[in-house]
Design a protein around this ligand. Structure first.
Ligand code: PLP
Length: 395
């Protein structure tokens, strides 16, 4: 029996996740000792920009409605007219003719990933993910008794299709992509998506159905005219999951959706399984008020030029400190190489300068650190000398 009645697995998970807590506690301690305004906290991917005005207008309108039944239970997949509105956007993003029938409203992208894994994984099924990857994937796949199989990407963190191919086994159930990527900021090219789709189509023709799952909450946070290529147009067994957490700056509101390719194999069975998963995982349905709000604000976006300005500012600071990094094309993270092999040493030397970052090991990529730039420009500017001193102290 686990300590205090808590199961062994969760005790083990809490230990594995403890570095996050340690980072958080270290940060809180530094803030208490030196004052929060002296600490440069780049550890959290919590968007700081205000939601766009369209969000507030839609929220006020939705909250003011006296329509009967709008706060009631609903179909587990969500409000039908909301799903129709979302489908119009997915049709544009993924260049497919998709309807509201193929959309399920979820509690964020995290809720979306959990219902997908619940719906598709048999115990021991494998989910291949390119490194680096969002730390929570380990837990989400394990929640549904699957196994996460990380594979090396190329040096610039673009997809290494050969490595993905080599990792495929008879137990492979899905390839999980996240682009723009947290933590690298890389957008996977359309060429690489096509190549991967071709590979999965060939394997499908031999009788093994592998899903392409695209987790894309940063699709609209892109810089310098970049865009995220469509996926559904290239591969029919594609499932998209995303949220409004980043583009509307509302992560606390827990609203997102899953979209299933209209030509996916056994589509109706899959949609039925996803809908039941939404219900029995205890989400029941995505928040009713937020569904009605995002349907009206589906094309709105935060002012991305602010993130881009901060990215450019930070790039200069990192360059001056002598760090090497891939310029992020999207999302709001830098993922520079640590000047020493053990990136924890670098994280600690930055802490001495009151700069908080996260070790790359947490993202399956030791030797790097993640810096979140969803913070005020002034905090970024203030960190300049500290970055330089921390790097110099290790050379
Ligand atoms: C790559 C990635 N996927 C999923 C999520 C979870 O998103 P949400 O808060 O919308 O559930 C995040 C949140 O930071 C993320 O970075």
């Amino acid at each position: 029996m686990g300590k205090n009645g808590v199961c062994e697995k969760m005790i083990n998970f809490m230990e594995r996740a403890s570095w996050i807590r340690k980072m958080f506690e270290e940060g809180a301690k530094l803030k208490q000792e030196h004052g929060a305004d002296k600490v440069c906290d780049f550890s959290l991917g919590n968007p700081d920009l205000p939601p766009p005005p369209e969000f507030k207008t839609a929220l006020i309108e939705a909250a003011s409605s006296n329509e009967p039944g709008i706060h009631s239970y609903m179909p587990n997949a969500g409000i039908p007219w909301v799903r129709d509105e979302i489908a119009k956007q997915v049709a544009k993003d993924h260049e497919v003719d998709i309807s509201g029938q193929e959309i399920l409203m979820t509690c964020g992208a995290a809720g979306g990933l959990n219902i997908i894994f619940k719906a598709i994984l048999n115990p021991g099924d494998e989910v291949i993910v390119p490194r680096p990857f969002f730390v929570e994937y380990n837990f989400y796949v394990d929640n549904h008794l699957g196994k996460l199989v990380p594979v090396e990407s190329k040096n610039d963190f673009s997809l290494n299709i050969q490595n993905i191919k080599n990792a495929i086994t008879p137990n492979t159930k899905a390839i999980l992509l996240n682009s723009p990527n947290n933590p690298s900021g890389v957008i996977y090219s359309e060429e690489s998506i096509k190549e991967l789709s071709k590979l999965l189509t060939e394997i499908g023709e031999k009788g093994q159905q592998i899903f392409l799952i695209s987790d894309e909450p940063y699709r609209r946070l892109v810089f310098s005219g970049s865009s995220v290529p469509p996926l559904m147009v290239h591969y029919k067994n594609t499932i998209i999951t995303t949220s409004f957490s980043k583009d509307l700056s509302i992560p606390g509101e827990r609203i997102g959706y899953v979209a299933v390719h209209p030509q996916a194999d056994e589509k109706d069975l899959l949609l039925g399984a996803l809908t039941l998963a939404n219900r029995i995982l205890g989400y029941v349905n995505a928040p009713a008020l937020m569904q009605r709000v995002v349907a009206k604000a589906v094309t709105a976006n935060v002012d991305v030029s602010i993130y881009e300005r901060r990215r450019d500012l930070f790039a200069k600071i990192l360059e001056r400190a002598g760090l090497t990094f891939i310029m992020p094309q999207g999302a709001f993270y830098f993922f520079p190489k640590s000047p020493v092999a053990d990136e924890m040493e670098f994280v600690k030397s930055l802490q001495k300068e009151l700069i908080l970052t996260v070790p790359g090991s947490g993202f399956g990529q030791p030797g790097y650190i993640r810096i979140a730039f969803c913070v005020d420009d002034e905090v970024i500017k203030r960190s300049e000398d500290g970055f330089k001193r921390a790097v110099d102290s290790l050379n």
